[in-house]
Design a protein around this ligand. Structure first.
Ligand code: GLU
Length: 315
């Protein structure tokens, strides 16, 4: 373990329950991201806690112009009012660099020049990415190209208890391989940024889509190396379209219709296994949210990884 806690830019108050919604601003909010926002909001509020919004724009070239404003505006229509200032990852590179240096100094990180082509023959992890076999651990292959920085992992079994999906176990070396913390083009990886930010913001309850379930052991591993505490995790079923693909801008998810806020919110609640009375859909947004906070029950959210909204009971 690295002993200094230089990654926290302020000391968060751990007595306060704190959740967060951390969208990547690649497009406007759609039904799938609304479900993630609503689930994390309700879990935080049910604990009497705060709910933060963090814009994950660490990979600037992938961000869509206007998406951040569109997401924030949509959260407001849906009555999902956040606490404190919105944090932007694009402004936090100094904190990611500090964490990286701790890991470098402790010998956990090494430069890697493997190209996509070099890794083409490797077996693939659950997310489809090649499992890096640690080839560059004892020195990069090519000195003539910029290197990514990779974290050395171990094969110890890493288990955590997800509040919805139950026990989840991985052996990082076997299942994921050494993973990138900073890309060769200098962009910090999601895995590092999310761990640094969740700790710096004092997040105690991470509620997000189950597409990120298999990232969680990597995040817990990083937390342990950096001496940071591990929040509680709950991974919600991911909303899929009729073809079974996760709703996203890339798969053509329609943006939310601002004229149908009530019916959309109650559909999102039903997707999350909650049982709003049918007449709630025509009530003002504040009434729907108040009902949802008062009745929120995480145990009603089914332990499904992916789900089509049409599977959802109507009340
Ligand atoms: N930025 C990620 C996304 O939009 C979510 C990250 C997280 O919740 O940890 O998929």
């Amino acid at each position: 373990m690295v002993t200094t806690r230089a990654t926290s830019d302020r000391v968060p108050d751990r007595r306060v329950a704190r959740g967060r919604f951390a969208p990547s601003p690649t497009g406007p909010l759609h039904f799938g991201s609304l479900v993630a926002a609503l689930g994390s909001f309700l879990e935080a509020r049910r604990h009497g806690g705060e709910w933060l919004v963090r814009i994950e724009d660490v990979d600037m070239p992938r961000t869509a112009p206007g998406a951040t404003m569109a997401i924030l505006r949509a959260l407001e229509w849906y009555g999902l009012h956040w606490d404190g200032p919105v944090v932007h990852q694009s402004q936090r590179a100094v904190h990611y660099q500090a964490a990286l240096e701790l890991l470098l100094d402790a010998g956990w990180v090494y430069p890697c020049t493997c190209s996509r082509q070099t890794l083409a023959g490797c077996s693939r992890g659950r997310d489809g990415a090649p499992i890096h076999p640690g080839t560059c651990r004892s020195g990069p292959h090519r000195l003539d190209r910029p290197s990514a920085l990779r974290l050395r992992v171990t094969n110890a079994s890493l288990t955590f208890q997800d509040a919805i999906q139950g026990e989840y176990r991985q052996q990082l070396e076997r299942d994921v391989g050494d993973f990138v913390l900073r890309r060769a083009d200098g962009v910090f990886a999601y895995q590092l940024a999310v761990v640094v930010d969740d700790a710096a913001q004092g997040v105690t309850h991470v509620v997000r889509g189950a597409d990120l379930l298999d990232s969680t052991p990597r995040q817990i591993y990083l937390q342990r190396l950096l001496g940071l505490s591990t929040p509680d995790y709950a991974h919600l079923p991911v909303v899929v379209d009729a073809r079974g693909d996760k709703l996203s801008k890339q798969t053509g998810a329609p943006p939310l219709d601002e004229r149908r806020v009530g019916p959309t919110l109650t559909a999102a609640l039903r997707f999350l296994g909650q049982r709003p009375p049918p007449e709630l859909a025509t009530e003002p947004v504040a009434t729907i949210i108040a009902w949802a906070v008062a009745h929120w029950d995480l145990t009603l959210v089914g332990a499904r990884i992916r789900s089509d909204p049409s599977d959802t009971p109507t009340n």
